[in-house]
Design a protein around this ligand. Structure first.
Ligand SMILES: [Zn+2]
Length: 305
């Protein structure tokens, strides 16, 4: 696949795009007679080529200015052009690798010349979808995920795990069915039976969990300095001890490990730990300040001695 505006211009100038079909080498030498129908000209592709030349010229002028801002803008308009050209060619590779500027999930699909976020949890109102122009995507960065979200009612976007792995593969993320199943458990995502044997999950639920896992791996979940790392991760942080209900040991351990990792990188760990260790403070469930409930109890008794 072409990856730069220059490559796209070359591809779109190709007869395949401009006429909508390949020229047959056996008849290419013939000149058209009046009985033959004229080849359809793909106006969209032709327009895109001239637009692309403008974009490149503008990007070059901006780059020549030499400031960081102008270079960033040049990169953004080149980027946007690649996504627009892909749309003309019915491809969705680049836009699928972008996180949504509002929710941070990799749920953008090119629909009618815009990138639509199909994550239900991202919708400003039920039934609505956020839509971004490719230029928007070029300029803005993906949002930090707000946490793993869960469907309460029967969701409209139920999909089997096999669909979900394929969906994430298209965004350039290799996620195996086993990994997905682990996240579903880790974040306590609801599931609905399909035929008595297999289960389906809400694409939006899994997408938010996926974004959280990616951000956690990159240490970006609390990188904005505004929200603590546990924001939106109630199941992961507070559903970690026996009191929270019947749960298998392995899962509990995994949740504690992930929660502690997030705490370790969180800018709020100190005030959080102080509050959790207050001598007569309210005792809470789960991991707080990087400590489990038992660890906090132990530290409190040691401090009292
Ligand atoms: Zn979104």
């Amino acid at each position: 696949m072409p990856a730069t505006p220059e490559q796209w211009i070359a591809a779109l100038t190709d007869t395949y795009w401009t006429t909508g079909r390949r020229i047959d080498p056996l008849t290419a030498h013939r000149t058209a007679t009046r009985t033959e129908t004229p080849a359809n000209m793909n106006v969209k592709a032709a327009d895109k080529v001239s637009e692309g030349l403008d974009v490149i010229a503008r990007a070059e002028r901006l780059t020549a200015e030499g400031t960081t801002l102008s270079r960033r803008e040049a990169a953004a308009i080149r980027d946007a052009f690649v996504m627009e050209a892909e749309d003309v060619a019915d491809q969705r590779e680049t836009v699928r690798t972008r996180g949504c500027p509002a929710c941070g999930c990799f749920t953008l699909l090119p629909i009618k010349g815009k990138a639509q976020c199909i994550n239900r949890h991202c919708a400003p109102r039920p039934g609505l979808r956020r839509r971004w122009t490719y230029r928007d995507l070029g300029y803005t960065q993906a949002a930090k995920p707000r946490g793993a979200q869960r469907s309460t009612g029967y969701p409209a976007d139920l999909r089997p795990l096999s669909f979900l792995t394929e969906f994430f593969a298209q965004s350039g993320h290799k996620v195996t069915a086993a990994t997905l199943a682990r996240w579903v458990k880790l974040h306590n995502l609801p599931r609905w039976p399909v035929d008595g044997k297999t289960y389906a999950y809400s694409l939006s639920d899994v997408a938010t969990a996926h974004a959280v896992q990616l951000a956690a791996r990159k240490g970006e979940l609390c990188g904005d300095g505004v929200r603590p790392a546990c924001t939106g991760l109630a199941d992961l942080f507070y559903n970690t001890d026996e009191q929270a209900g019947a749960m298998d040991n392995a899962l509990m351990k995994r949740r504690v490990t992930v929660a502690k990792e997030l705490c370790a990188a969180c800018p709020f760990i100190d005030p959080c730990r102080q509050a959790a260790l207050k001598p007569n403070g309210q005792e809470q469930h789960g991991v707080a300040g990087g400590l489990t409930r038992n660890e906090r109890r132990q530290m409190k008794t040691e401090m009292n001695r």
